[in-house]
Every structure is written in C-alpha cells, then in structure tokens.
Design a protein. Structure first.
Lengths: 345, 242, 601
C-alpha cells in the first residue's frame, strides 16, 4: 500500500467515521434520556438519503405521507389517552403540531417536487419530513412503554426497525440511489487528494457537534435534557416533563439521522435497507462508549470508520465481519472490569 | 375557618396487596412547620412520594383549596409544591449553579432567575462558593443544601423535606434544621419527615407520629416532644421491653 | 409433619392426559390422511423447525430475562456444519449432529463468556453484531460456497430409508420438537432451571444463595444455541441445500418475534408463535405484494407493527389466553419420606464465629463505614442498630460479599472472607435476608425457598434432562418444606410468592436462608411490616434457632423486638461503631440516646 492509497483510505474512513459519530451521538442521547436502544436510527439515514433522491428525480417522496399519517395517529392517540389535555386550546395546538405541520410539509413537497428547486429547498424539506417521524414514533411506540424494562423497549425498537424497512421498500423501491454531490471540487494537498464532498461531510458534522455542544452546555432545554439523562426522578421533581424530554431526544435523533443520510447520499448508493448496517456501525461506537459517554462514542466512531476503510482495502468481502468483530474485544474489556452487575430492572 | 395550605384526607398507598400507608390525614398552614416522625418503615417516605404524585394513592390531596391528586408531578411543581427527596436526586454531572437554575425550570420564562439564585446563595453561602463545582463531588451536607436550594428555586408554597438529617453529622444537621426553621418566615409551609424526632419536634409547630403506615399520635410539637409514648415508639425504652 | 402430608396434591389429572394424547394422535395421523395438502405438511415442518429455535428463546428470554437476536446464526452453524461434513466428507447426518452441537456449543460458550457478566442489554447488542458478522462470513467463505451456499446435501435416513419427502421427515421434525419440549420442561423444573428462573429476581439474591448467576446465564444461552443448532441441522437435511439468507439477522429477529407472539415465558408459546407467524407470513406474502405492487418483504411492516402492539397490550403473548382453557398444572408434591439432607457441623458454642476488624468502606470519597470492629460468638444473637444511614446495611453487604471492603478484615471461624464474592461467602455458611425483599413473585413460595438449598445439591443439566435428579430434588424440596413449616408458613407452600404480605415475604426469605444450612444468619430488618403476633412468632423462631446452634446477626429498628431477643447489641452511627454491650447497658448509654433522639441542644 503506498501513501496515496493510505491517505485516500484514511480520508474515506474519517468521512464515514464522522457519520457514524453523528449516529452514535444520537443513540447515546436517546438511550440516556429514554432508555430506548434505538435500533431504527439507521432507517432515518436511509429515509433522508432516499427522500432527497426522490426530490432530485422530481417525484413526491412518500415520506411526507408517512409523517402525516403518524402525526394524525399520534394526535388521535393523545386525544384518547390523555383526557386532561382536551381543553380546546390544547387540542388546537396539538392539531397544529401533529397534523398541521406534516400537512404543510406535504403540501410544500407536492408543490416543490416537480419543479427541481435544488438542494437549498429540497434538503430542508427532507429534514423536516424525516425529523418529524422521530417524535411521532416516540409517542406512538415508546411513551406508552415508558415504564417497561430496557429489554422490552429494545424489542419494540426492533419492531419499529422492521416496519420502517418494509415501508422504505414500499416508498422507495428496491433500487438504490445516489444524489448529486454538493461539491465536485477536488483539492490536491501533496500526495493526498481531498474531495469537496468529504469536506462538506466533515464541515457539517463539525458544525453539528458544535451546535449540540452549545445546546447541551448553554441552553436551559439542553441542560434539562442532560438532567433527565442523569437522574430521571430528579428531573421530574424540578418539573421537567420527561415525556417532553423524550420527544426532543427523538426529534434530535431523527434530524441527525436524516442529515447523515443527506450527507452520505452523494458518496454511497443508498438502498431502502442500507440504513440498518450504517446505524449498527454507529452502535458499535456507542457501545464502545458504554452507551453513556459522548466523547468516547465519537472517537470510537472515527475508529470504526478507519477500520472499515482499511478492511475494505485488504479484505473487501470481509469488511462487515471485521467491523462487527471490533465489538468483541470491547465487550471483553468491559466484562473484565465489571463485577456481577445488578441490572436496573 | 379558611382552608389550610395543604391537606391530605384519608390517604392510602398500596404496593400490590401491601398497604404501606393507611388512611392518613394531615394539614399544613401557611408558614407552618409540620413534622411526621416515626421509625424506619413506618411509611413516611411513601406518604411524601404519594403527596408529590410519584406514587399513585387513594384519598384526597388538596393544595390551596383545590384537589391536586390527579395532576402530574410537573403540574404540582409548577403549582408550588416541592419535594426534597431522601436521596437528594441531584444532577451529579452538572454544576451546582446548573442544578439550581434547573430548579426554576417551571418558572415562567423571562422571569428573573438571577434574583431567585441570589436569594438561595444568600441562604446557603457555601453553594455560592462552589457554584462551578460538579454537584456529584460535594459532601453530604452540601448535597442536602443544594437539594433544598434547588427546590426553593421554584419558589414553592409548600416544601416537603424527606429526612434532611439522613447521614449527616450532628453539626450539619443543626445547621440544616436552623435553615428550615428560618424558611418559615418566608411564608412557605413545610412538611418535614424525620427519623430524628427530638430535633424535628423542636423546630416544628405541629407533629404526627406514624407507625406501620398509620398516624398513631398527633399534637402540638412541644406536647409530643414530652410524650413518653414518642420516646417509647422509637427505642422501646419502656419497662415492658425488659 | 401434618402440613407436609397435606401438601400432597393429586397427580396430573386424567382429562389433561387425554387431551394431550388426542392432540398427539391427531398430529401423528395427519400426514397419513388422504387429502391433506402437501402445503400443510410443508408449513407444519417449517413450524416445527422454527419452534425449536423459539423454544430456546423461551428459556433465554422468557425465563432468564436475557435475549438474543443471533439465534439464526446458531442455526447457520448447525446447518453449515452438517452441510460441509456430509457433502465434502460424506459423514452420516446422524454423526454430524454431534459435530454441529459441539461446534455451536463452543461458539455460544465463547460469545456468552464475553457478555454474561455485563448488564442485560449488551447481550442482545452483541448477538446482533454476531448475527451480521456470521451472515457475511457464511456468504464470503469459499469453503461454504459463498452466497450460493452448498447444495446436494443428503437427506436423513432412518434404518436405511432415505427421508426424501416432507411427509416422512415430518415425523422426525416433530419427534425432535417433542423431545426438545420434554427436555426443556425438565431443565426448567430442576436445580439448574431454578437458577435460570432466579435471574429475573435480581442477581444479588441468587448469589447470596450460592448461585453462580453468570453460569446460569451461560447455561441458558448455550442451551438456546443448541436448540437452534438442531433446528439448523434438520433444516439442512430437509431443504437439502443451505445458503446464508435464512441465517441472517432478519431471521434472528423473526424467531424472537415468534416467541413474543406465542408467549415468551411458555414452551407452548414457542410452538403457537411459530405456527401463527409462519401462517401469517404465508398469507401476507400473497396479499401485500398485490396491495403494494412489486415484490419484497412487505410482511415486515405488519410484523413490526404487531410486535409493538403486542408489547404495549399483551406482553405475555397469546399462549396465556390459550392456556386458560387448560387446567392448571399440579404443583409438585413434597415427599415427606425423602431422606433429609446432611448438615454442616456447627462450631462449639461461644467460639468466635465472625470477627470484624477495622472495617472500612468508602464510596467516592464518602466514608460509609469507618473502622468498624466487633465480633459474634457461635450460638449468639447480636443486634446491629443505629439510625438510618448509619452504615448498617453497608456493613451487612461487606460481610456477605456484595461489596468489597476498602480496608480491614472480615473473618469467619478464623479465615478471611472479606472481599470474596457473595456466593463464596454463602458456600462457607453465611446466609442472609434482604431489607428490600427479593423473591420471585410468580414462582411458588416452595420453589423460592428451594433456591436457598442450591448449594446442597449437585445435579446439573444432563441429570435434569435425563430425570436422574428426582431423588435429589425430592430431598431439596423436602428441606424447603421443612424450613417453611418451621417458620410457620407450612400452609403457603404452593402460593405464588407475590401474593404474600410483606411481613410473610420476609419470613420466606428467612426460610430460604435457612435452607443453606447456615453457620451464621444475617437478617436485615426481619420484623419490619410484621404484626404483633407475627413478631412474637418470629422472636420464638429465632430463639429456637439459637438453641439449635445457629448464630444470628440482625439489623432491626423495632427496639421492643430487639431488646427482648438479642444477647448483645452493636450500635452504629455515621459509619462508626459507637457502643457495644448487653441491652440493659445500651439503653442507658448517653451516646446511643443522643444518636437516636438527636443531640441538638
């Protein structure tokens, strides 16, 4: 392997690693706040990529219909389950958020799709559609199970994964898509060739991590989320509604997933079921971080990306095997450090 | 007679088939300290948790003349009820000041949190010294102060304290209880659950004694403090035990 | 012994046996009946193959509270092992079964060892990664035919007859399912089965009874993997070809789905779930492509939605609904004639049994126990008292190996036990009860207490499956019944433990502790929640135990109870010992009065 190839692989690894880092961050976020091991995180990636691809082809992405359907279901579910929220003002507010918003996005998408307005219009619409799936899924699936053991939440998450992959097939078909790159620039830096697209990925990832850092470190809502993650009862005792915290966690997770999808769509061909493997690689990183540490998870994600890149060079058909085997020494290390643990449930 | 600030009427709490609290009634007036004392396992903590809405309960809970038994914890906090739990329940990876600011989470946005913060710092100067410190690294007494400060940030009208003396050295207990006693002047009603009966009865206006889930004795604090049955129920220091 | 003989219940009733036989006969006759479509047989064969895997998940997930998404990968292990051996090396399929079991067992053992000591969710995540890795490994190894797989696998043959068609292999499949069900029932109703069931009640209580919980998890995990391997082995010889697809992660998820649909805690649920899911899948694969156009795994949409709805509304699955029609299974009878278990020799009365020296424990800089020292002589009852938060429970946990001391020594009959794991301490004869009762609410009182006698039996998985453990089980059961009777609960043997009042549950914990045949009994607030008469009975029981030579150390807040019972008291405050002596002295000790009533002047 000469240095040019090594640098190319490293660039590829770091770029993918950045995406895994974003996914790992959302997984840790969702787990610490809601105890849900959110297996379908990767589906948001595929939905993000394929929704944008649909816009590029001038087709209305059916994701918009799904968002509206789930929103309407969530609205009706609240109406039935939460009798204390039936004051006209609250019902109207809920109707606007749960049905009005996805309906508006659907209308905008309907109008925009055939007009090929370009990424500046299409990317925000994509993000709005996919991000709204997160909180609706939380309310329909996970909030009713809020008191259930982690294991039950995990199995429910797998159920959501199954349903989303199946729906992805219905919406986007079995064909894979790739979108136009944001940038076709190529920068020669000594022996290395840096593509504009990887700069985009790294730049957006970096920006997002900074934004998250600012959100969690410097806003009351961000701190309230951290507080919920550290001590759920304590959070309730200061009046932080844990359901709202869960909803925000899922909005963030779905948004980050969709953004990751938009970023990788020009580099990789995305199929309706691609997201699962991508999400699981984020999981490998999150597990290395013990499902609680953000910095460890992010660092591990870059490692996963690098291992994947180099494995695809040396043993391309065993790439996935190698990546998922990283988890074994990590589990061994964690296992040796811990005594017989009393599970929380 | 006007309605008390806070009242429980025939409150019962059951864990499955086991009744941990049986038909307890009590009242607290504005600016009063009411204490519930009793041995471990008497149901005191369960009583507070039910009053806060952490546990489901039978019976009536009234606050400022309105029933609050059906409200979520968040709504109770926003309405002016605060609980300092036995385990403090701090946000250990957040700074002291962040813990306090989150205490004001239910206050209307835009209200000056800084004023409330200054008031809490005035009450607990030690918290001000440590405001940048992570709360998980503080000593037991400081944690108790922080938990109380955090609860006060919501400007509650009723403050419930669960065993504030738990695990603290006598000097610190004394300091904490003096602070509790001082709080009365701000008009807040206080429900103090304590195992440390003598200390609790010294600062309280009125007291209830709980045994195996029920109130067995009640009266003005100074009367209770002299009642031999209180001492007996704690230590079994009566002759019949010999 | 009156309650013991009373507790004998009639053996399994006639109607149940009759219904069972009728179903069995119908099942056996089915392929022989003319007009039964081939499709039914194929479907039933597939149901049998899946039911085997789902049955493993019943043990692992439903009973043990762990889960795996990687069961399909274990099927793949079994299938590929036999595929390679029988096609390339021409080994007889019946011999490759042994190889498949050994190989899968070894793989499961390795993976299990990595994860069983971690908290619950690492195992499913680990199995997910494992499922994906293996899928790609199967699909990329030349020796395994890459994505095309291996074909021309020979069929099974019985007595020289090759079983080519579905109708003949039907009997093999369902014969194996029946054997697996029998083995699983026997495993769960055994000494090892109790340890797997105990996993859900928390690790601490099981370890305090001397159970190696990591081992129990491992047994459940390997057992489930072996059932999957058998299924895979059968699959290879029924299909006569293997490729990676049926062993991927989605298949692994589907097996879990079957178990959840059927009822993950019931063996019958595994069969029911496999049947329902496969039938539904078959129908959906007809309806959905027509609905959506095109082709693909559209059924996963319905499966995913159903899974969520089931978890929200019927977490126990459908079997409990079906099982309502069946009579409740008879509780196992206690055999009063079973030979009593041998007992430990007790140390001579008055000899120092437990010695604690300069014991220390701090949690992140906060000292919970500071230089505590006291000793307990054989045949004594010593009370450990002090206000809330004084460090009494921490001291208990340090003695019993739940926590590791930061310093100091704990000696039992002169040999150090400080820092040993809880089950090693239990093995040396220290038994305990818990302040927060740790019983399995759905398990009978008797079975809960039998767990306490774990260390006094030997039988392992093999003996359980072959039913060579019955004599030993009868002895353990008798011991449990005797201890319960002694504690005054002789009439509650077969009630689910969750139906007892709190006070009675504490007594069940004492009975469980007594089953260990302890030298030293540690009781954490045994009288809390008891009524007056029950307290008196408990006091009488503890005095009787003392007369019989058992040494007792107890934490208790009810001073009436303690003062009249104990020989000596140790008083703690702020993690330190502040007084020690006979009750009469303690109650006049100013430091003690101060600690309890508050020294704030």
């Amino acid at each position: 392997m000469d240095p040019t190839i090594a640098l190319f692989l490293a660039q590829d690894g770091v770029t993918n690693g950045a995406i895994y880092a974003l996914l790992a961050l959302s997984l840790v976020l969702v787990f610490t706040i809601t105890r849900v091991i959110f297996i379908p995180q990767g589906e948001f990636v595929a939905y993000g990529a394929l929704t944008l691809a649909a816009f590029e082809r001038g087709v209305l992405p059916q994701t918009a219909w799904l968002a509206l359907l789930l929103g309407a279901a969530a609205f009706l579910d609240d109406l039935i389950r939460l009798p204390d929220r039936r004051s006209p003002r609250r019902v109207l507010a809920a109707l606007a958020g749960d049905v009005g918003f996805p309906a508006a996005v659907l209308a905008a998408a309907w109008w925009a799709a055939p007009r090929h307005l370009g990424p500046l219009a299409e990317v925000p619409l994509t993000l709005a559609m996919v991000a709204s799936l997160g909180p609706f899924l939380y309310r329909l699936v996970f909030r009713p199970l809020a008191e259930a053991p982690v294991l039950v939440l995990l199995i429910a998450a797998v159920g959501v994964h199954l349903a989303l992959v199946g729906l992805g097939l219905v919406f986007f078909g079995a064909e894979g898509f790739r979108t136009a790159p944001f940038s076709t620039a190529v920068i020669e830096a000594g022996p290395a060739t840096i593509t504009g697209q990887s700069l985009w990925v790294l730049g957006v990832t970096g920006g997002l991590i900074l934004a998250l850092w600012a959100f969690f470190g410097h806003t009351l809502t961000g701190k309230a989320l951290r507080a919920t993650a550290v001590n759920r009862l304590g959070a309730r005792l200061v009046g932080i509604p844990t359901a709202a915290a869960g909803r925000i966690a899922f909005v963030l997770a779905a948004f980050i997933g969709a953004l990751s999808g938009v970023l990788i769509a020009p580099v990789t061909t995305v199929f309706y079921d691609t997201g699962f493997l991508t999400g699981l690689k984020g999981f490998v990183a999150a597990i290395i971080g013990g499902l609680v540490s953000f910095p460890l998870a992010a660092a591990a994600a870059v490692l996963v990306g690098l291992v994947e890149a180099f494995a695809s060079f040396w043993a391309s058909s065993f790439k996935e095997v190698v990546v998922f085997t990283i988890i074994i020494p990590v589990l061994l290390w964690r296992s040796l450090r811990s005594g017989p643990a009393e599970d929380e449930e | 007679m006007s309605e008390p600030l806070f009242a429980l009427r025939d409150l019962s709490v059951a864990y499955g088939k086991i009744e941990a609290v049986r038909r307890v009634s009590l009242e607290i007036g504005v600016g009063r300290i009411v204490t519930v004392v009793g041995a471990n396992g008497a149901g005191k903590t369960t009583l507070l948790n039910a009053a806060m809405g952490i546990l489901p309960a039978q019976g009536e809970i009234r606050f400022q003349g309105r029933p609050v038994g059906g409200l979520s914890i968040e709504r109770r906090v926003a309405g002016g009820i605060a609980l300092v739990a036995e385990k403090r329940e701090l946000f250990t990876t957040l700074s002291v000041e962040d813990n306090l600011r989150l205490g004001a989470y239910t206050r209307p946005r835009g209200e000056r949190v800084a004023d409330a913060l200054e008031e809490v710092y005035a009450l607990f100067p030690r918290l001000k010294e440590r405001r940048r410190q992570m709360s998980g690294t503080m000593s037991g007494g400081e944690r108790q102060m922080l938990a109380m400060g955090r609860a006060l940030m919501a400007r509650p009208k009723l403050l419930m304290l669960d065993e504030p003396s738990l695990g603290l050295a006598p000097r610190i207990v004394k300091e904490i209880l003096r602070l509790v006693s001082d709080l009365r002047r701000t008009g807040v009603g206080i429900l103090l659950v304590e195992q440390n009966a003598r200390a609790a009865l010294r600062i309280a206006d009125y007291g209830y004694v709980m045994e195996t889930g029920a109130v067995t004795l009640q009266g003005p604090a100074e009367t209770l403090a002299r009642d031999p049955r209180v001492i007996e129920s704690y230590l079994g220091f009566s002759d019949r035990a010999a | 012994m009156s309650a013991l003989s009373m507790s004998r219940l009639p053996a399994t009733g006639g109607p149940v046996r009759f219904a069972g036989l009728a179903i069995l006969a119908a099942g056996a006759a089915l392929p022989l009946l003319p007009g039964v479509p081939e499709f039914w047989i194929t479907l039933l064969n597939a149901v049998g193959l899946s039911a085997l895997v789902a049955m493993g998940l019943v043990v692992l997930t439903g009973v043990g509270g762990l889960t795996s998404f990687g069961q399909a990968a274990f099927c793949g292990f079994g299938a590929y092992t036999t595929a390679v051996l029988s096609t390339v090396h021409g080994v007889s399929p019946w011999l490759t079964l042994v190889a498949a079991l050994l190989l899968t067992g070894a793989a499961a053992l390795l993976l299990g060892l990595l994860t069983v000591r971690l908290s619950g969710h690492y195992l499913p995540l680990g199995t997910m990664a494992w499922g994906i890795s293996l899928f790609y490994l199967f699909g990329n190894l030349d020796a395994l035919g890459r994505h095309d797989g291996i074909s021309d696998i020979p069929p099974l043959s019985v007595a020289g007859h090759a079983l080519y068609d579905g109708r003949s292999v039907y009997y093999v499949i369902w014969g194996i399912v029946a054997l697996a069900a029998l083995a699983t029932v026997r495993l769960l109703d055994s000494r090892v089965g109790r340890t797997i069931r105990a996993l859900r009640g928390g690790v601490l209580a099981a370890e305090a009874s001397g159970v190696d919980t990591a081992r129990a998890k491992l047994v459940a995990f390997v057992y489930a993997a072996l059932l999957a391997a058998v299924s895979g082995w059968l699959f290879a010889h029924v299909q006569r070809a293997v490729n990676p697809t049926p062993f991927g992660l989605n298949a692994g998820i589907e097996y879990l789905f079957m178990a959840v649909v059927g009822g993950v805690s019931h063996i019958g649920g595994a069969v029911l779930g496999a049947g329902l899911v496969l039938l539904l899948k078959d129908q959906l694969q007809v309806v959905l492509p027509w609905l959506f156009g095109g082709s693909g795994n559209y059924e996963s949409i319905v499966f995913g939605g159903l899974l969520v709805l089931l978890l929200q509304h019927a977490r126990g699955g459908l079997w409990p609904l079906a099982a309502r029609l069946l009579p409740a299974p008879a509780a196992p009878a206690v055999d009063p004639a079973a030979e009593p278990l041998p007992r430990r020799s007790l140390p001579e009365r008055g000899r120092p049994l437990l010695e604690i020296d300069d014991l220390q424990k701090s949690f992140g800089g906060l000292a919970a126990v500071r230089n505590v020292g006291f000793s307990v002589a054989a045949g004594e009852i010593v009370g450990l008292i002090g206000p809330n938060g004084a460090g009494k429970s921490t001291t208990f946990n340090l003695i019993t190996g739940v926590l590791r001391p930061s310093g100091g020594a704990v000696r039992l009959l002169g040999s150090g036990i400080g820092g040993l794991p809880a089950r090693a301490v239990a093995r040396r004869g220290v038994a305990r009860s818990f302040q927060h009762v740790k019983l399995l609410p759905e398990m009978s009182v008797l079975d809960n207490v039998m767990l306490g006698a774990h260390l006094r039996g030997r039988a392992g998985v093999l003996r359980a499956v072959l039913r060579l453990d019955r004599a030993e089980e009868a002895r353990l059961r008798r011991e449990a019944a005797v201890q319960l009777e002694r504690c005054g609960l002789g009439d509650s043997l077969h009630r689910p433990a969750g139906t007892l009042a709190l006070g009675q549950s504490r007594i069940v914990e004492i009975a469980r502790a007594l089953c260990l045949d302890p030298l030293l009994l540690l009781l954490d607030e045994p009288a809390a929640g008891l009524r007056h008469a029950e307290k008196q009975a408990l006091g009488a029981l503890l005095r009787r135990l003392r007369e019989e030579g058992t040494t007792i150390l107890l934490v208790e807040h009810d001073m009436d109870f303690v003062m009249g019972l104990v020989d000596r008291l140790v008083v703690m405050e702020f993690g330190a010992r502040i007084a020690e002596g006979v009750p009469a002295d303690i109650r006049n000790d100013p430091a003690v009065l101060d600690a309890y009533l508050g020294g704030i002047e």
